[in-house]
Design a protein around this ligand. Structure first.
Ligand code: GRF
Length: 197
């Protein structure tokens, strides 16, 4: 049984997609053992609570610096015996020690077809604003392993989504979530859980 730890900062719609697919059996041999957020008010924590999933707010302020903060998150993941770390909209800088500690066991969902619109500063709506500004006709989402380069780890799955004429960043974000993120993140987890990766 793959023990999953999900790191979140926002609404948790990707977390919800994973929960739904575990409940429906679309994801097998996996269990979310904890959800951790850097924001106490993240609705993602509510979603975990509603499904009686262990959840924890770990706030940055308590720690002297980002390295100590990273270590505290890593220690809790180890405490929960997490096998796979899933970053689902986690807006915290992960340091190299963290990446090494969970080498090959951290995945991230990014709302574009990496390498397009990726790297430092490319997160959330900024990604979709850049795609619209560039005038691309196709965008999408990527699940990739996390390494020490932002959005630079090996790509696991991608799914394309059309950009439509009157799209706003918000409308495009919603379509990419619905048509891509919520499909490929659970699919990647199922592949890892069933060793078909
Ligand atoms: C998603 O758009 C994801 O691609 C990005 O952060 C957002 C998280 O949204 N990494 P949610 O918290 O899963 O709703």
């Amino acid at each position: 049984m793959l023990r999953i730890g999900v790191l979140v900062s926002g609404g948790g719609t990707n977390l919800q997609a994973i929960i739904n697919d575990i409940d429906s059996g679309k994801i097998s041999n996996a269990k979310i053992v904890t959800v951790i957020s850097n924001r106490s008010k993240a609705y993602a924590l509510e979603r975990a609570a509603k499904h009686s999933i262990n959840h924890k707010f770990i706030g940055r302020k308590k720690y002297a610096d980002n390295d100590a903060y990273n270590e505290a998150i890593a220690d809790y993941l180890d405490h929960m015996k997490v096998d796979l770390v899933v970053m689902a909209g986690f807006l915290v800088i992960i340091n190299n020690d963290f990446v090494k500690r969970f080498e090959g066991r951290i995945i991230n969902i990014h709302p574009s077809l990496i390498p397009a619109f990726s790297g430092d500063g490319m997160y959330g709506l900024h990604v979709h604003e850049a795609a619209l500004k560039r005038g691309v006709q196709i965008t999408g989402a990527t699940v990739h392993y996390v390494n020490e380069i932002t959005d630079g780890g090996p790509i696991i799955l991608q799914k394309a989504v059309s950009v439509l004429k009157d799209d706003t960043p918000e409308v495009l974000q919603a379509r990419v979530m619905h048509e891509a993120e919520w499909i490929i993140l659970p699919k990647a987890i199922n592949m890892i859980a069933n060793k078909s990766l």
